[in-house]
Write a protein that binds this ligand. Structure first.
Ligand code: GLV
Length: 344
């Protein structure tokens, strides 16, 4: 008997062809968002589920899927899945890391350039027929060379952004899991075992940064907030990172700084961000994700200093096909009795 896989949405033909070599499959919808009722019905007889970051795979869905052995998310983030409920049923949960790293880092740089050089405003100006004469002070922006980029979350994507930043002449400060976990504590300069000082942690050095004479430097969360000219977020959404950028964090940023978010919306307290932008507490923001996605705070829509994208971090032909193929391989692994390559 071939295993049955339910896909919440149609994926590229290459991925479906591969899935069809091993499994029978059913597709929930061709585009857009599958309804809750269709999701619950679709998983009922499925051995495997291939889903998107917009599908809420909670305990109710998992309970409805009596035969389910694998939930393969076509995303690196998996905050849409109740991983504990899946683990209680010994269902594998998988994601698609690596294949989207470069595309997401590219989009992060695109947002950085768009906000600092006011690309969207300038484009609208030309389209509106307002470009009637060159002007010395038209759309002055902020130069990247010599500025400091703060990278919060220094995993695969954070590193890839750091590599790109070096070639723009940006110095990089970064903080990772430890600094975030200790964010509310005063900075320690010495530490007992198990309470490591953030200052004593070694800083990995990338070859390209060295070539450019710019060495990424590990910093405390608070120092990064205070020193950076641009702050970019690359953490997964979890209890420790929800509202990581809140009113207090925003108040610590330079009034000339920009905030970039290509991770998950709820990492930023969006109401606090709106208030900070209105008060001129920071210069602008580049957002690909939103706290209540796909809803966007209406005030953001009116702000010229903000560039807003519809969650397209990994949206290239190459990457989306690679993500779909990887999710399919994860599902096939699990349904063939192997541990999937990207098991969570
Ligand atoms: C995109 O947001 C992803 O998590 O893959």
């Amino acid at each position: 008997m071939r295993p049955k896989v339910f896909l919440t949405r149609r994926l590229p033909a290459k991925a479906l062809d591969r899935l069809g070599e091993v499994c029978d499959y059913e597709i929930g919808c061709d585009r857009g968002q599958l309804s809750r009722a269709a999701l619950l019905a679709g998983v009922r007889q499925a051995d495997g589920l291939i889903c998107l970051l917009t599908d809420q795979i909670d305990s109710e869905v998992i309970a409805a899927a009596e035969k389910l052995r694998v939930i393969a998310n076509v995303a690196v983030g998996y905050n849409n899945i109740d991983v504990e409920a899946a683990q209680r049923r010994q269902i594998f949960v998988t994601n698609t890391p690596d294949v989207l790293t470069e595309a997401t880092a590219d989009l992060t740089m695109a947002l950085i350039l768009a906000v600092t050089r006011r690309l969207v405003e300038a484009d609208a100006y030309v389209r509106a027929g307002k470009f009637t004469a060159w002007d010395f002070e038209l759309f002055l922006g902020t130069e990247l060379t010599g500025k400091t980029l703060g990278i919060i979350g220094y995993g695969r994507i954070g590193h890839a952004v750091g590599r790109r930043a070096a070639s723009f002449g940006l110095s990089v400060l970064y903080c990772g899991r430890d600094e975030i976990a200790f964010r509310d504590e005063p900075v320690r300069t010495t530490g007992r075992l198990g309470q490591r000082s953030r200052e004593t942690l070694p800083a990995p050095i990338s070859a390209s940064a060295l070539q450019n004479g710019l060495t990424p430097r590990r910093s405390s969360f608070r120092e990064l907030l205070a020193q950076s000219d641009i702050i970019t977020l690359h953490v997964p959404l979890a209890a420790a990172t929800r509202h990581l950028i809140d009113r207090e964090a925003l108040a610590r940023m330079k009034p000339t700084a920009y905030l970039i978010n290509t991770s998950r919306g709820p990492v930023v307290d969006e109401a606090a961000l709106v208030a900070a932008l209105k008060a001129g507490q920071l210069a602008g923001a580049g957002l690909d994700v939103y706290e209540y996605e796909p809803q966007v705070s209406p005030e953001l829509l009116t702000m010229k200093q903000v560039v807003l994208l519809p969650h397209i971090g990994s949206a290239t032909h190459e990457t989306r096909t690679a993500m779909a193929l990887l999710a399919v391989e994860n599902a096939i692994d699990a349904l063939s009795g192997r541990t999937p390559r990207n098991v969570i």
